[in-house]
Write a protein that binds this ligand. Structure first.
Ligand code: SF4
Length: 467
């Protein structure tokens, strides 16, 4: 049994706003960031080390997307639970050592629900054991039985997870969904989106397992005009994040169907605002490079979308400064006693956060129509995100030069390098001791990785979807 001194040391550590490993990781991340993103509202290196994703685990998928960011060989690799759990374990151990605890990590590959529920659960547990907050990335075409088997311990029938996070990818360029092989419009997918959310609501009602759901959608010239309506249709389904990815020329070239550069990211963002029914404030908080990411936090109070922070209000900018100074990368998901102690210690180290936080609360309530309006209807948090991946032909030369420690003089290559250096979505390579931006992973490393996996995990049957 641990001595009293050891238990006190452990308690002292757990009630710190930031674990010391995270403090060190954030400092390193800030140091590495290129100067152009070291803005006052930059969260990388101050509040988070960035998002993480798995790679080389289960690249196969049973839908066909245009575009598909996986290389042609992906569907020739067998989905193998044992391989997945071992590889996730290795990657997560590396991420814990490099980036500290409490970071968001995506269990991503091809289709995650092609894993057996127990293997899927094993991979999530490995992520949790290494201090990650996992989110499973799925096309959403699975049944409640699968979700229940994932959530419940098969021996006891009781929940093995208290909470599950999933991102459901739904868009009309995905072919082969059960009951909707070739969607003619985004609206045709709405029953499938609703069904996805309803499965998680049922899981919570029947077993008490809570959830966080994100909706992902690739945007191409074929569906850009439908973005606003998708948002209106999905706002109240149960998603907490609506994320849009303007398509890029990455992955399987036979799946490139349109000129993805026909419209700008500004245009996509304009459609997002149109659907949100409000001006969004992506300038309030920056995560990495704005050319890669725009994130707008806020909530609906009735029909009104209320930004968490007003990007034009200096008082909100100061409140954010104070919040980050007090709490840094603090994890607010913790048992109530631990959380209370962390908050108290954070406020003690920067008491000004109390007054600026109270001021921010008053302004947020006023924006939402006043305290009475808030009391009548609890605001529903909804985050809007746009993540614009880069084309493989740009990423390859930029990444190769970066690996040699060279910065290009050529403006387009240099811009790509700047974005890669400020990347907010990385994948772990313990063997080469590297964190690789997802753009470089998909553009440069995936093809070779999938060839190796194809040899190691050959398919025992025909591919599920055309290559
Ligand atoms: S994965 Fe690519 S687009 Fe996304 S943040 Fe990293 S460099 Fe930018």
């Amino acid at each position: 049994m641990a001595s009293l001194a050891a238990r006190l040391r452990d308690l002292e550590l757990r009630t710190r706003p930031e674990h010391p490993d995270l403090t060190a990781a954030l400092a390193r991340r800030w140091e590495e960031l290129p100067a152009h993103v070291k803005a006052r509202n930059q969260m990388l290196g101050r509040r988070t080390a960035g998002c993480e994703g798995t790679h080389g685990v289960f690249p196969r998928c049973n839908l066909a997307c245009t575009p598909c960011y996986h290389s042609r060989e992906a569907n020739r690799v067998r989905t193998d639970g044992e391989h997945t759990v071992v590889e996730v374990e290795r990657q997560m151990a590396y991420l814990r050592a490099e980036r500290g605890p409490g970071q968001n990590a995506q269990l991503i590959g091809g289709e995650v629900t092609l894993l057996e529920p127990d293997d899927h659960a094993g991979a999530l547990q490995a992520m949790i054991n290494h201090g990650r907050k996992p989110m499973s990335m799925s096309h959403g075409d699975f049944d409640y039985d699968y979700l229940e088997a994932l959530a419940l311990d098969p021996a006891s029938g009781r929940p093995r997870f208290r909470h599950l996070s999933f991102a459901g990818h739904f868009d009309s360029m995905m072919y082969g969904r059960r009951g909707l092989k070739a969607p003619e419009s985004e609206a045709a997918l709405n029953p499938h989106r609703a069904r996805f959310c309803e499965m998680f609501a049922r899981l919570e009602a029947e077993h008490g397992v809570t959830h966080y759901l994100a909706h992902n959608m690739t945007v191409t010239p074929a569906n850009v005009d439908e973005v606003a309506q998708v948002i209106r249709d999905c706002r109240e389904m149960g998603f907490r994040m609506l994320s849009f990815q303007p398509a890029a020329f990455i992955g399987n070239t036979s799946r490139w169907k349109h000129d993805y550069r026909e419209f700008s990211t500004d245009e996509v963002w304009r459609r997002i605002e149109e659907g949100a029914g409000a001006r969004l404030h992506p300038g309030a908080v920056q995560i990495g490079d704005l050319r890669c990411n725009r994130t707008a936090y806020g909530a609906y109070a009735g029909e009104r979308y209320v930004p968490l922070l007003d990007e034009d209000d200096e008082r909100d900018a100061r409140a954010l400064d104070d919040f980050v100074t007090a709490f840094g990368g603090m994890d607010f998901v913790a048992p109530s006693g631990i959380l209370a102690a962390r908050v108290a210690r954070g406020l003690a180290r920067h008491p000004r956060a109390i007054a600026s936080g109270a001021g921010w609360g008053r302004r947020f309530a006023a924006r939402a129509g006043g305290l009475r309006a808030l009391a009548r209807q609890r605001p529903q948090a909804l985050t809007y995100v746009m993540h614009a991946f880069m084309d493989a032909d740009k990423v390859k030369p930029a990444w190769e030069l970066l690996r040699r420690g060279e910065l290009s003089e050529e403006p387009a290559v240099r811009e790509t390098q700047e974005r890669l250096q400020a990347c907010s979505y990385a994948m772990a390579h313990p063997d080469s001791d590297e964190l690789v931006p997802a753009c470089a992973q998909h553009s440069v490393l995936d093809p070779e990785e999938n060839v190796r996996l194809q040899e190691r995990l050959p398919l025992l049957e025909l591919p599920l979807a055309p290559g």
